[in-house]
Structure formats: structure tokens, C-alpha cells
Design a protein around this ligand. Structure first.
Ligand code: CU
Length: 172
């Protein structure tokens, strides 16, 4: 196949395979048609086999990944201090300072519509986030090891002022 570009080689391979497939279908279609019963039996056999294969793969994936399920370890330590956060269009009411290197819990709610409570570390990366929902308090257990100013941004489109909805706190 010479020194042609890779795309041309790929095209030729695909074209040959496609032509072979079409010839195969044409030859197969020229034979006398099989009775419907035979076709059904073969189809159902393949379907059962496929279902079994999918079930085995799903069960294996479930069992193998279960140890990595994070929720059993996501509990706040019993002595953690709680800080209330209330979101509303278009601001956050929250503490100005939270302590570093101790487990704390943000108790997050909303006064009006759904908001997102997204905490950004001093380096600008998203550090943690939880939904702020009306008539419901979400608990966000967290521990800060880096001191500095953390910016909070709303991560749920909540109205016309959403893009300007932010706040922040210091970790000391
Ligand atoms: Cu918002």
C-alpha cells in the first residue's frame, strides 16, 4: 500500500471492509428466506445470552466498586462546630471566619429558590459544594487545612442576578 498518507490507508481499509460486508449481505439475501420460527429462535437465544452477559458485567461492576462508596465515611465528627449559611437572591449570609484544621459543618439552606453553595479555595479551585434549598438544611462536613480567603459562588442558576451572587469567608 505504498507511502500514502495515513488517512488514505484508513479509508482504503474501511472501504474494503464495507464492500465485503455489502457483498456478504447480497449473497446472504439471495438465498431462500428462512422460516420466521428459525429466525425468532436464533434471535431469542442471542438476546438471552446478551442479557446474561450484561447482568454478569453489571453485578461484577457493582461488587468491585462497592468498597469505594463514599457515604459511610462522609459523616461529620460528633464534636464538629456548626456554621449556618443562608442563601437568598442574590447573596449569602454566612460566618466571616471559620477555623482551620478542625472538623466543621456548614448547615446550608435557602430563603427563596434553589442556590448552589460553591466554596473556592484561595488557589481558585472548587473545593466543595452543596445545594442550598428552601425549607431544607443540607449539612456539609468539611475541614480546611489551608488558611486564607475562600470565595463562595452560587452554582445553581437562580435568577437574573445569579452571575453576581458571591460571598466569601476567611479560614484562620
Ligand atoms: Cu445562583
Amino acid at each position: 500500500m505504498g507511502e500514502g498518507p495515513l488517512v488514505l490507508k484508513l479509508f482504503l481499509v474501511v472501504a474494503v471492509v464495507a464492500i465485503a460486508a455489502m457483498l456478504l449481505v447480497a449473497l446472504y439475501g439471495a438465498r431462500a428466506p428462512l422460516p420466521q420460527g428459525v429466525v425468532n429462535d436464533a434471535g431469542y437465544r442471542i438476546r438471552k445470552l446478551w442479557l446474561g452477559l450484561v447482568l454478569v458485567v453489571a453485578a461484577a461492576a457493582f461488587v468491585l466498586t462497592l468498597p469505594f462508596f463514599p457515604y459511610p465515611w462522609a459523616q461529620a465528627s460528633p464534636g464538629a462546630r456548626h456554621f449556618e449559611v443562608t442563601a437568598a437572591q442574590y447573596a449569602f449570609v454566612m460566618p466571616a471566619v471559620v477555623p482551620a484544621n478542625v472538623p466543621i459543618v456548614f448547615d446550608v439552606t435557602s430563603q427563596d429558590v434553589n442556590h448552589g453553595f460553591g466554596i473556592y479555595a484561595p488557589d481558585g479551585r472548587l473545593f466543595a459544594q452543596v445545594q442550598a434549598m428552601p425549607d431544607y438544611v443540607n449539612h456539609l462536613p468539611i475541614e480546611f487545612h489551608k488558611k486564607g480567603h475562600y470565595v463562595v459562588r452560587c452554582l445553581e442558576f437562580c435568577g437574573i442576578g445569579h452571575a453576581y451572587m458571591h460571598g466569601g469567608f476567611d479560614v484562620r
